[in-house]
Design a protein around this ligand. Structure first.
Ligand SMILES: NC(=O)C1=CN([C@@H]2O[C@H](COP(=O)(O)OP(=O)(O)OC[C@H]3O[C@@H](n4cnc5c(N)ncnc54)[C@H](OP(=O)(O)O)[C@@H]3O)[C@@H](O)[C@H]2O)[C@@H](O)CC1
Ligand SMILES: [K+]
Length: 502
């Protein structure tokens, strides 16, 4: 598990480290500068021509200090100080004074002098408004220059929390960021402008991070290995649980198939698809491993009896993919949520039906996991997609808390919340996953993990993470444009770590 920090959280960690624990700011700055210098040294030999552009904050102080280290190791370093701020930080003043005593080279003009490396130390996490005037001109000029572009901590002009581009931003090939991954480097324009991000340790003590307790965290591949449910040698199919999938109206068998196959691939013991009679043949021919219960949408007795069968049989239910929003779907959602007291993964049309019947939250017995995309979340909350996007974490959390559910709010960076203070943010996945059926696959993955005994929140987080990993694997094989949901399902087996199989 790895924290993802907002700009504000980094600021508080820094404050705790320096003011409460007493690590001198200049020590942190020197370590930051060393890591910047190392990044350059790993890529360019001594003698390389390096331009460092700074403003008078601590980000600029890091820049000058990195320049000093590189100069001492034989690099040809030039510094351009934009000098457009009213006052300088003490860290900057200290570095500037040292640089002057060492006769470091400061240039008065920005010229495209064939630099090998251009380092951006203009603004870091202290960026507080849109970049304009002189600083904006400088950033534009740097973007037009050739050379390897390296941002210190955060590309100047990118909001470290939101990833918004504030005015003009430095377009980096790489960003070396200190202590913790910043949320803004994963989001929106920040993701594009940061280039390849490396998170480097500069000695923030664990106590400082624990004190601040950043609100977002994510999983790394090694977490996935550890979190996957363990398989026992003396097991049988009942050991791994039974998933019921209530999905797929007429001509929508695909949704049920994707979800069902994903649950099987994820390792659950048995899957029963509960769908309309018209889908019988296709489900049986495409996924003969699944048990099948069917109903007729215009015959309530068949629906009641099918629900009785699947609810009596399953440990976990998926409800909603391809279900439609007509009377039959309304009956099914109402019936299941009121009667089934296990966990239900509610998606797509299931969510749409629920958003028209919010009173169901008061009477339901199911333990719910909701996997809305932004539009579905908008229906659930009556808020605009723009507002939801700008406020995803708080919204997912408030919603989860108010209704006692787990929410996976799907977006390029899906957020999973159980209403607690800390939420999971997903960093796996690819653009290619915005394809029909991708969400159905996710429901099956989550249900497969639930059936093997994981709790709601854990299964949802791990499911979202693995869904993204499977999407990446599919994109590698088929390409972003051509991959389809079936490729994501087929990639699940690739990414299930061998270690999980005892
Ligand atoms: N965290 C740590 O422990 C460590 C942090 N370190 C480094 O410090 C960096 C943060 O430093 P920082 O706080 O001095 O802020 P920084 O980004 O240099 O800029 C602040 C100045 O810019 C100004 N300003 C802001 N926006 C502006 C705009 N649009 N247009 C014009 N001006 C604007 C702002 O003015 P103000 O908002 O106060 O009016 C202020 O004067 C961090 O990213 C990392 O590199 C390392 O040393 C290691 C230890
Ligand atoms: K910067």
């Amino acid at each position: 598990m790895r924290y993802i920090a907002t700009g504000q959280e980094v600021f508080r960690i820094d404050e705790f480290a320096t003011n409460v624990i007493g690590i001198p700011q200049l020590v942190l700055m020197e370590r930051a500068a060393l890591r910047i210098a190392e990044h350059v040294k790993e890529r360019f030999p001594a003698g390389a021509h390096v331009l460092i552009v700074v403003e008078s904050g601590n980000n600029g102080g890091d820049g000058i200090a990195a320049g000093r280290i590189l100069m001492m190791e034989g690099y040809d370093v030039e510094i351009y100080w934009v000098d457009g701020l009213k006052s300088a930080s003490t860290g900057f003043d200290a570095q500037y004074a040292i640089a002057k005593k060492l006769n470091m080279k400061f240039v008065d003009e920005l010229v495209n002098a064939g630099y090998d490396v251009i380092i951006d130390g203009i603004f870091g996490v202290g960026l507080s408004r849109a970049v304009m005037g002189r600083q904006a001109e400088v950033i534009k000029a740097l973007n037009d220059m050739d050379g390897y572009k390296l941002a210190i901590d955060v590309p100047s002009g990118i909001d470290a929390t939101t990833g918004f581009l504030l005015g003009t931003a430095f377009h980096a090939d790489a960003t070396v960021t200190f202590g913790l991954m910043k949320l803004g480097l994963l989001m929106g324009m920040g993701y594009e402008y940061a280039g390849e991000v490396s998170v480097v340790d500069i000695g923030f003590p664990k106590q400082a991070i624990d004190f601040v307790e950043p609100r977002l965290y994510t999983y790394d591949p090694k977490d996935v290995e550890e979190l996957l449910p363990h398989r026992k040698r003396d097991s049988h199919k009942g050991t791994y649980g039974k998933v019921g999938i209530i999905a797929g109206s007429k001509n929508m068998a695909g949704a049920a198939l994707f979800s069902a196959e994903a649950a099987y691939r994820m390792g659950c013991g048995l899957v029963r698809v509960c769908t309309v009679e018209e889908n019988r043949e296709i489900i049986q021919s495409r996924l003969p491993e699944a048990l099948l219960t069917t109903y007729k949408e215009d015959d309530i007795d068949t629906m009641r009896s099918a629900m009785k069968t699947v609810m009596g049989w399953a440990d976990v239910l998926v409800l909603g993919p391809g279900l439609g929003t007509g009377e039959a779907a309304q009956y099914l959602v109402d019936k299941v949520l009121r009667s089934f007291d296990g966990t239900v993964v509610l998606d797509a049309d299931g969510i749409n039906v629920l958003s028209e019947h919010m009173d169901l939250f008061e009477t339901m017995h199911s333990k719910l996991i909701l996997t809305p995309h932004l539009m579905e979340m908008s229906r659930l909350t009556n808020q605009s997609v723009t507002d939801i996007k700008a406020n995803k974490y708080d919204l997912a959390r408030e919603f989860a808390k108010r209704h006692n559910v787990v929410v996976a709010l799907k977006d390029a960076r899906t957020v999973v919340s159980d209403g607690g203070l800390q939420a999971y943010i997903n960093i796996t996945g690819t653009n290619g996953m915005a394809t029909g059926g991708s969400g159905d696959v996710l429901t099956g993955i989550i249900a497969g993990l639930l059936a093997q005994g994981m709790d709601r929140f854990e299964a949802t987080k791990l499911g979202v993470c693995m869904h993204g990993m499977a999407g990446q694997a599919a994109a590698e094989e088929k390409g972003q444009y051509s991959m389809i949901a079936g490729d994501i399902v087929r990639s699940i087996e690739q990414i299930i770590a061998k270690e999980a199989e005892e």
